[in-house]
Ligand binder design. Sequence first.
Ligand code: GLU
Length: 455
Amino acid sequence: MTATVRFAPSPTGMIHIGNARTALFNALFARQRGGSFVLRLDDTDVARSREEYAEAIIRDLEWLGITPDRIERQSKCFALYDAAAEKLKAAGLLYPCYETPDELERRRKRRRARGLPPAYDRAALKLSDEERAALEAEGRKPHWRFLLPNYETDPFETRRSEITWPDLCRGDQSVDLTSLSDPVLLREDGTYLYTLPSIVDDIDFGMTHVIRGEEHVANTAVQIAIFHALNATPPIFGHHNLLTTASGEGLSKRSGALSITALREVGYEPMSVASLAVLIGTSDAVEPMVDLDALTEHFDLSHVSRAPARFDPSDLSNLNARLLHHLPVESVADRLVTMGVASDKVSEFWEAVSGNLEKLADAVGWWRIISGQMQPVIAEEDREFLSKAAGLLPEEPWDGETWKTWTNAVKTATGRRGKGLFMPLRKALTGREHGPELARLLPLIGRQNTLDRLA
Ligand code: GLU
C-alpha cells in the first residue's frame, strides 16, 4: 500500500527536535513506500499563528532534507469544516451546550463526590427548544459537543464501547468511550478546536496513515468515532514516544534553545540532527547516517520504544563529529570552498581534517593554519633543532610519505625521538599542540610555508 502522510504543526513557534522527529518519521515512511508527504499548517488559531513561523518551519524541513509534496493551510479550509459540522448537527451528533466553565467544574465535583466518573453528563441534550431560546436570550452562546457512540439507543444509558486500532508503533490499542466526555468541537465564539479540522483534512487530503506523538493517543479513539460519523474510513495510526529535555521535561516550542533553527545556527549538520531525531528512543543504535536515503533504509516505526527518550545536546556534538568523519568530500566541498578553502585542495584538505572537527565551521581554523594565517609556536631551546630540520626538508613534489622521510632524516641527524621530535615540529607548523596528522597537513602547507615557520 502506498502512503500519504502529513506533518501538521501549528505555526505558533519554532519547531524543535521532537517535532522534527514526527516530521522525519512521516517523511521517511513516505519515502519507504514511494508515497507523498504533506506539510499541513494547523493555523486555525488565527491570533497565535504567524507567517514567519510557517516560513521557519518550511525552511527547517528543507534544511533537514524534507521537501513537502504539498503544503496545505487549515485557514484556507474553514468552509469544509463548517460543512462537516453542519452534517454532524443535522445527524444530531453535534449538539449545543450552554454551561459555563464554572458550572461544568461544579458538576464535575458533584459527580466525583458521588463516586461517578467526572465525564460530562449530557444535560444539554435534555434542553427543550424553549429552554435553549431562553438561554440564548440571556446572551449565552452555545459551544458544540460531539455525541460519542457509547450507548445503544438512549445516550443517558452508556455502555462499554471499545474503539480499537492496530497502532504502527504501539501494537493493538483499545480505548473504552464509556467514561469519556463528549468532546467540544466548536467553541462558543465559533472557532474550532483542533479535533474536527484535523479529521476533515485527513479525509479531504486522502491521508492513509497518521503518525504523530503519543500525546494524541487519547484523541485517536474520539477521532476514529468522528471519522465513522462522517462516513469516512479512518487512516492507520501510529503514535511514537516523545522526547524530553536532558532533565526530563517535555519539549515545547518555547524552549527555543532546542529549536531546529538554533541547532542549525550553532553549526550542527542536518544529518546529525536527523539521525539523532529518528534513532533516539528506538531499539536501533544511534549512528550518524550520511543522508536521508541511508536513514530511510535504517528506519523502522516498529522499533520505536514505549518510554520517552531524553535528548541531550551533548549527544549531538558527539554524533556531529562522527558524521563529519564519515561524510564524503562531495557533500561538503561547496561549503568548504565558500569558507575559503582552495578548490584544488579541497579533497586533500578534507581527508586531513575531517576526523578532527566537531562542527564543519571548525575547518576554517585549520584552513587558516594551512594557508599561513597563524603564528608558529617556537620555544627558545628548540630553535637550533628546528633550523636543522629546515635544512633537511625534502624537495617538492610532496605526498603522504614526505613527513615520514623528513622526520626519519631529522631523527638521525639530531638524535631526537618521540614527543621531543614531533611536538616542536607540530607547534612550529600549526601553532597548536594537537590536530590532524602532520603527514597529511605537510603537503597542504607546502615547502615554502614550512620553511618560513621553522625559521
Ligand atoms: N497540530 C497538531 C499538533 O501539533 C497536529 C496533531 C496531529 O498530527 O494530528 O499537535
